[in-house]
Design a protein around this ligand. Structure first.
Ligand code: NAP
Length: 303
C-alpha cells in the first residue's frame, strides 16, 4: 500500500511530493493532463523569490525532475473517486482503470479556465477561441485579437500577444483591473493595445471560425462590434473537486481547509489553488505543498 497519493502534479502537488519523499514516504502522484499545472502557460515568472527569467514550462520541468529524482512516481489518470476503507485507508479510482490503495491523500487538483458560457463558445475552441495565449498565441502572428478578463492572467496574456499580434483589445467588465499594477503599467505602454472597459463579451460572430465579437458596456448597456481573428478568454478559474465531496466539505467548489491544509476528513489533505484561500500564487501553492505533505507525514507517524 502506498503511503501518500497526491492528486494533481501542479506546483502544489509536485512540492508535496518532494517533501513526502524527503520524509521517506512512498509517494505516487496522479495527473489527468500534463504535469506542471497552470504555470506552464506563463511565459515568464517574475514573482517567485530567487528565480528570475524562468518560463513557467522550465519551472514545471525542474519541479518534476526534482520530485521524480527523489523517487516520487507519476502516473497519468484522472482520479474520479476517493473511497474510504474499513481500516481508514483509502482507495483511489481513476477513469483509465486506476485502483490504488493508500494511507493518506493530498488533493492538489488546481483549477481550470472559466468558460464565458456564450452561445457558440464550445464549437469555436481551436477555431478562434483559446484559453491559453502562450500555447496558441503564435497562430495569431500579425493578426487582431482580444483578451477577455482583468486579472493577472489576462494582462500577462495581453502583454505577450501585443509583441506578436498587430492589435490587441483587452476587454474587462470594470474600469479598474484586478491585475497587479506593474503588469497593467507594462500593458498600457504598448501602442497596439486597445482598452475596452467596462465591457463584457456578449456574443460571438463566426463563419466556420470566429470573425468577431459583440461587446456590451456594463455601465450604459451600449453595444459595439469588433472584428477579430482570435479571442483569448482569461476570466478566472473554476475548481473541480465535486467527485470528492462524499468525504470532504467544499466551499464554493474549493476544498474547505485553512492554512494548515487539513480537510475535515482525517487522512485527507489539500494544497494549492483547489483549496479555499485568498491568495492563489505560485509561492502559496508551493507553501501549501510543503504544509500538506508535512501534515500527512505526521498523520502517518501517529496512526
Ligand atoms: P482572477 O485573478 O480571478 O481574475 C479573473 C478576472 O476575470 C477578473 O478581472 C474578473 O473580473 C474577471 N471575470 C471573472 N468572471 C467573469 C465573468 N463571468 N465575466 C467577465 N469577467 C469575469 O483570475 P486569473 O487572472 O486567472 O488568476 C488566477 C490566480 O492566479 C490569481 O490569484 C492570480 O493572481 C494568479 N496568477 C498570478 C500570476 C503571477 O503572479 N504572475 C499570473 C497569473 C495568475 P473582476 O476583477 O471584476 O472580478
Amino acid at each position: 500500500m502506498t503511503d501518500i497519493a497526491i492528486i494533481g502534479a501542479g506546483t502544489a502537488g509536485l512540492t508535496a511530493a518532494i517533501y513526502a519523499r524527503r520524509a521517506g514516504m512512498e509517494t505516487i502522484i496522479f495527473e489527468a493532463e500534463a504535469y506542471g499545472g497552470q504555470i506552464i502557460n506563463t511565459p515568464e515568472i517574475e514573482n517567485y523569490p530567487g528565480l528570475m527569467n524562468i518560463s513557467g514550462y522550465e519551472f514545471a520541468s525542474r519541479l518534476y525532475e526534482q520530485a521524480t529524482s527523489l523517487g516520487a512516481k507519476l502516473e497519468f489518470d484522472r482520479i474520479i473517486a476517493i473511497e474510504e476503507k474499513e481500516d481508514s485507508s483509502f482507495c483511489l479510482k481513476g477513469t483509465y482503470g486506476t485502483s490504488i490503495d493508500c494511507k493518506a491523500v493530498i488533493i492538489a487538483t488546481g483549477a481550470k479556465s472559466r468558460p464565458m458560457d456564450i452561445e457558440g463558445e464550445e464549437q469555436l475552441v481551436g477555431k478562434g477561441i483559446s484559453y491559453c495565449a502562450t500555447c496558441d498565441g503564435a497562430f495569431y502572428k500579425g493578426k487582431t485579437v482580444a483578451v477577455f478578463g482583468g486579472g493577472n492572467t489576462a494582462v500577462e496574456d495581453a502583454i505577450y500577444l501585443a509583441d506578436i499580434c498587430e492589435k490587441v483589445y483587452i476587454v474587462h467588465r470594470r474600469n479598474e483591473f484586478r491585475a497587479e499594477k506593474s503588469l497593467t503599467d507594462t500593458l498600457f505602454t504598448k501602442d497596439n493595445v486597445v482598452r475596452m472597459t467596462p465591457y463584457i463579451v456578449s456574443a460571438l460572430k463566426s463563419d466556420k471560425r470566429l470573425t468577431g465579437i459583440e461587446v456590451t458596456n456594463t455601465a450604459d448597456g451600449s453595444v459595439k462590434y469588433i472584428e477579430l481573428d482570435g479571442l483569448f478568454v482569461a476570466i478566472g478559474q473554476i475548481p473541480g473537486n465535486e467527485e470528492f465531496k462524499n468525504l470532504i466539505t467544499l466551499k464554493e467548489g474549493y476544498v474547505a481547509a485553512g492554512e494548515d491544509c487539513l480537510t475535515d476528513h482525517k487522512g485527507i489533505f489539500t494544497a494549492g489553488d483547489c483549496r479555499s484561500k485568498k491568495v492563489r500564487q505560485l509561492t502559496t501553492a508551493a507553501a501549501d505543498g510543503a504544509t500538506a505533505a508535512l501534515a500527512a507525514c505526521e498523520y502517518l507517524r501517529l496512526n
